[in-house]
Every structure is written in C-alpha cells, then in structure tokens.
Write a protein that binds this ligand. Sequence first.
Ligand code: ASP
Ligand code: MG
Length: 422
Amino acid sequence: MRVVQKFGGSSVADAASIKRVAQRIVDTKARGAEVVVVISAMGDTTDELMDLALQVSPQPRPRELDMLLTAGERMSAALLAMAINDLAFEARSFTGSQAGVITTGTHGDARIIDITPGRIETALEDGDIVIVAGFQGVSQTSKDITTLGRGASDTTAVALAAALGADYCEIYSDVDGVFTADPRIVPGATRIPEISYEEMLEMAAQGAKILHLRCVEYARRENVPVHVRSSFSTKPGTWVKDIEVKEGSGMEQPLITGVAHDRSESKITVVGVPDRVGAAAEVFSAVADAGVNIDMIVQNQSIANDNTAITFTLPGGDKVKALDALHGARERIGFAEILYDDAIGKVSVIGVGMRSHPGVSATFFRALAETGINIQMISTSEIRISVVVGADDVDAAVRAAHTAFGLDSVSGEAVVYAGTGR
Ligand code: ASP
Ligand code: MG
C-alpha cells in the first residue's frame, strides 16, 4: 500500500499542530503503508511573505517572488520531518526540485511537465517517510525555482500520487470533505460522500476552494482517487473518483450535487459595438492579446441602431490590462463606451443529474426571485447553471439555491475546524 497525504496550511499552523500531524502520519506508516507527504506553508505564511515582498518592492520580479514563497513550504517540510523523527520514525524532507517536480518556466503559475521521483523512490525503499514541499518545482529550461499557483500543493500531491503509482491521495484540510456549499456561508451544508471527477471539476472551476482546479484535472486524467478529509477529525471525507452510474441500476441521482460561488471576478460591458461581421472577434482579440482569460460572455442581438452591447466577466486582478487593451482598440472597433463593475459574484448549481431533468433553471431562478435577487448574467454547461449577481447578494443566493434543491442538512451543522479562509 502506497499513500500520498497532503496537509494544508491550517493543519500545520503552529508547532503543536505540526506535532499532531506528525502523529497522524506516523499512524499511517505504522499500519504498514509507504507514506509520501506533501505539505503547504504554515497558516497564512504565503500571504504574509507576499505582503512582505510588496513592502520591500511594489513590483517584485517573479523569479525572486518564487524564491521567497517556496521558502514557506520548505520550512514546514523540515519542521514536520523533525517532529516525525522525534516519534522514532525516519523521515526526510525534500524541496519540489529535489523531489523531481519539473515544470515550465512561468514563475507564479508554472505547470508540471514531468516528475522524476528517483530520490523519493530511494527514500521509500529505505523505509523512510518522505516529506515533499508542495506548490513548487524547478523549470526544465532555466533551472530556476518555480511555483505552481496559489493553492497548488493539492496539485503537487495528486501529481506525485500518479507518478508514484500510489493507491490513492488524501487531501487533509480544515473541513470534513467537500460540502454541498461553503459551510462558512451555509451552516446546514452537507458532506458529499462521493463525487465524480466531472462534477468536482465544475465545483472547483466555479469557485469551490476545497480543491485546486488543476489538481482535479490531473486526478481525472491519471485516474487517481482523491479522499478529501479533515486533519482535525477521523471522520470519512469525500471520495473524488470515477463514478459510473449504470442505467437501470435504480441509483437515484440527486438533481444538484452542490452550489459553488466565486467573488473574484469582475464584469466589463462594451456598449455600442457596431453590428457587423468581426466586431466580437476584435473585442476579444484585444482582450486575449493582453493575456486576460475571460469567463462568461453575453451578447444581445441588436434591436435598434445597428449596434449591440457585449458583456463578459474576467478575473478582478486583470482590470487594468483589459481596460487598457479595449481603450487602445476603440478607434478600430468603433464602440461607444466601456463600463466596469467589480461588485459582482457568481453563483453556480452543479450536478450530473440535471442532464436528464427539465426545470432546473426554473427552480434556480425562482428561488433567486423569491429572495429578491436580480440576475445580471446567465451561463450554462451540460451539468452546471451559473448566474452573476451583485456582490452583496452572493450569500443569500447560495442559501436560496441550497434550500431550493433540498440540500439543507437535517442532522446538524457542518464544522469548520480552523483557518481564516484567507
Ligand atoms: N502555500 C501555497 C498557498 O498558500 C500553496 C498551498 O497552500 O497549496 O497558496
Ligand atoms: Mg488549499
């Protein structure tokens, strides 16, 4: 049996928690498993290092930022190995680079290209517990240290589990698994015992922070079963895996599996776009050339004046890039004006059950209407319906949807054990 266990920052926030996690790892090892641990930086260390960098320099070079941020995971990895050693077990810590995590060269958002886990295999053969610093690797070309994006220790863990042929990957955090909504907003949210990769991908993409999006993509591609659970309890969590629903198996699909929300996006409306061939292509080429990834798009059919409005959402942090690009292209495209709004949020209902059931949109929109919430934009996929609402309406919209689809727990409240949710 070979297991990869990942512990998030709130599980190793201080010395006492590091010792507690060490005990938990040792228990797994004592049951006879080969154990590889991926660790995040302690508590809010990454945010604090980032704040510090910005105090020293308003625009730190990405290479130096990665050198700085990776130190957080290196600290917790070494401390954890020490704590395990004191429990009379052998443990060795490795940086991402030492562990063979080879990445692209994009600092702050590198992708894993390959994993060459030779040193890990050797350490496992020696009977050691292996501790790997998460969220980091080494660039194949420049040999510089890279980071994989915020929250990416999850991705390190799943990638290692795949490369090492682990039986499964356990992701330990501060809640008991994946819930039908964020328990911080919906106290009656319920734990989802099992969820398909497909639904988990949508949940993560639509703002559920419990698992890093690329971690789920990786797990699905490599077929790694992921057990999301709490390091503060021994309760079973959520298994993210390949779930095959057999026709006629009598298995009841819930209509909606979960409700996700995302406050990080903002909205741009380009007003008075001429109604001619190629106008939309020009608007979005300008935005794409600025390196901005957009999400939802709405364009109305032009009714009067031979022009229309195009509205789209984008990451809030890309405001300046996107607005500059559009203003620069204004003459060429010939639109009238640009409106920007960051006081918005996106609320999504997700479930494979909606494939075969009509009326899901109607139920969702009626629940919002009865709560007095105005819908600004709508988008759908085969297993998801998302709406954009005002930022102040997000919590109420999540609760309304959760209740409308019968997801409220009857058996008590979800527990959030730790973490600042920062
Ligand atoms: N420490 C990094 C972060 O805060 C990576 C992680 O926790 O997964 O984003
Ligand atoms: Mg995380």
